[in-house]
Design a binder for this molecule. Structure first.
Ligand code: GLN
Length: 229
């Protein structure tokens, strides 16, 4: 069974768990989700990682006592071909891991660049990323309200994109600095890059775990399977 690590730092962790469980059913690959709280939990059996959203400064501080981020970055240095999905603050950490480390994606990012919390928004995105298709699953016994979180107001149809579009949810999101992008753009809002892929590092400034479209989580699991050896 593939072991997928999820940094339990802050933010929408439970939604990532739900999204991973759905995605694993959608492509028929069994996974075990490892909730990472300490650097010492990270070993060579982890085949892929998710860095969730949250407040990146808080995440950096919170991880210090148990060296979680350091453990994660060491793992990324050791296994550059294993996929990592960084969403929102997770994308910030990929672009700007720490003073002592080189960026994991060759794009610079500016924090909170859309404005304040109340300027958070939803928008349809254009996607160019190869992801395995989802085969229909019996509409899952797992439901968003398992976690007592209020669902987004968007309808089911709006919450699942078609092949090229994707419902983007931006919460006090960062922005990539245009001039610095040296990797492939996989998600665009109008003409602006909001998702980039650099090797096996996928950095999204929005929150795919808050929608019902699991293609980015399917991408992670499929590449974990392909690249784990
Ligand atoms: N504003 C946060 C930061 O700068 C990111 C927000 C998010 O992850 N939703 O770290």
């Amino acid at each position: 069974m593939l072991r997928i690590g999820l940094a339990m730092l802050q933010g929408a962790r439970h939604e990532h768990i739900e999204a991973l469980m759905h995605a694993s059913k959608e492509i028929g690959v069994e996974i075990e989700i490892i909730e990472l709280r300490k650097g010492s939990q990270i070993d060579s059996e982890i085949s892929a990682l998710i860095l969730p959203g949250g407040e990146s400064t808080t995440m950096r501080k919170a991880s210090q006592s148990e060296s979680l981020l350091d453990g994660i970055f060491d793992w990324m240095d050791k296994f550059p071909n294993r996929p990592v999905l960084g969403t929102c603050a997770g994308a910030i950490l990929l672009s700007n891991p720490s003073e002592q480390r080189e960026p994991y994606i060759s794009a610079q990012i500016s924090r909170n660049a859309w404005g304040r919390q109340r300027q958070s928004f939803e928008a349809q995105l254009h996607i160019e990323l190869d992801t395995p298709d989802s085969s229909p699953t019996d509409e899952l016994e797992l439901r968003r309200d398992n976690f007592n979180h209020k669902p987004l107001k968007i309808s089911h149809e709006a919450a699942v994109g078609d092949q090229d579009s994707y419902p983007g949810v931006f919460i006090r999101a960062p922005r990539f600095l245009n001039e610095s992008i040296g990797c492939s753009v996989v998600a665009k809002l109008d003409d602006e890059a909001v998702g980039i892929l650099d090797g096996m590092k996928l950095a999204l400034t929005f929150h795919p775990e808050l929608t019902l479209d699991r293609r980015f989580h399917r991408w992670l699991i499929a590449n974990a399977k392909n690249n784990f050896s």
